[in-house]
Design a protein around this ligand. Structure first.
Ligand SMILES: NC(=O)c1ccc[n+]([C@@H]2O[C@H](COP(=O)([O-])OP(=O)(O)OC[C@H]3O[C@@H](n4cnc5c(N)ncnc54)[C@H](OP(=O)(O)O)[C@@H]3O)[C@@H](O)[C@H]2O)c1
Length: 239
């Protein structure tokens, strides 16, 4: 078996960071991680992870891959660290500015980077299926319907928009509809309608851990890759 991967989890005290730490602790493919949050940690070592504040980032010990699920204001320091150490970066931080996205692309000349707005492996596959369906079905109507819990503010969801972008790449002109109801974690339903027939492609998320699991899969995969800008869909081996 390959050596256990040493992760640095940036944004460790957040919802995603906590899910990542929980899953890493029960997975022998990973060594005890480094955990960085904006604020000073209450304890230096807890449940196998070594904790640091963002102000101490330059002094953290060696790691193999940095997993960043922080906020845009923390992103630049994480990117600077991986460039300095020559290590891969997996980031799911959303709301990055144009300058931050450009810096990420520039860094890909030196190190492997993989950024995704949605780390669900199922959604990555759905994007590819939608693009294929759109290019195979010229002239068919394409509709994307998404359902989420009532707390979600934005509509259509970022995932619906990325599915729409995949449909557009295949030549379709998608329409969107959003439903906000109950505690639905997330459903995305893409329909292609022709004359006398319809195709429906559906993804249902039932647990938020899917994002953490996808990010961990991406970290294991990216650790072996040369410098470059990768996408989650690169993990899928479609024939
Ligand atoms: N791509 C995906 O699949 C996916 C899925 C879910 C969420 N996200 C994104 O992932 C990010 C985190 O989400 P979340 O729900 O976990 O957020 P959250 O609960 O608000 O946690 C944010 C984390 O970032 C840390 N942080 C804030 N400012 C920082 C700084 N300047 N330097 C270093 N760390 C800093 C916070 O530390 P303190 O607690 O010390 O402030 C906290 O650990 C968001 O951008 C969210 O949109 C992406």
């Amino acid at each position: 078996m390959a050596e256990a991967l040493r992760l640095l989890i940036h944004g460790a005290s957040g919802r995603m960071g906590q899910a990542l730490l929980r899953l890493v602790a029960e997975d022998e493919r990973f060594a005890a991680p480094l955990a960085v949050s904006r604020r000073q940690p209450l304890e230096r070592v807890s449940q196998g992870a070594a904790y640091f504040a963002a102000s101490e980032l330059d002094a953290v010990p060696a790691f193999d891959v940095l997993l960043d699920f922080s906020l845009p204001e923390g992103f630049d320091a994480a990117l600077a660290l991986v460039r300095e150490r020559g290590k891969p970066l997996v980031s799911g931080t959303t709301g990055l500015s144009g300058a931050q996205q450009a810096a990420l692309r520039e860094a890909a000349g030196e190190i492997p980077v993989l950024w995704a707005s949605n780390f669900s492996i199922g959604v990555a596959l759905l994007q590819q299926l939608v693009r294929k369906a759109a290019s195979a079905l010229p002239g068919w109507d394409c509709d994307i319907i998404e359902m989420h819990h009532t707390q979600k503010q934005d509509a259509p969801s970022g995932t619906a928009l990325s599915l729409g972008a995949a449909a557009e790449k295949g030549g379709a002109a998608p329409h969107y509809a959003a439903i906000r109801a109950g505690d639905i974690v997330g459903e995305h339903w893409v329909q292609f309608a022709g004359t006398g027939e319809r195709i429906e492609l559906v993804h249902r998320a039932t647990n938020r851990d899917i994002f953490a699991r996808g990010a961990l899969q991406a970290a294991l995969w990216l650790a072996e890759k040369p410098a470059g800008c990768y996408a989650l869909s690169d993990l899928l081996s479609l024939r």
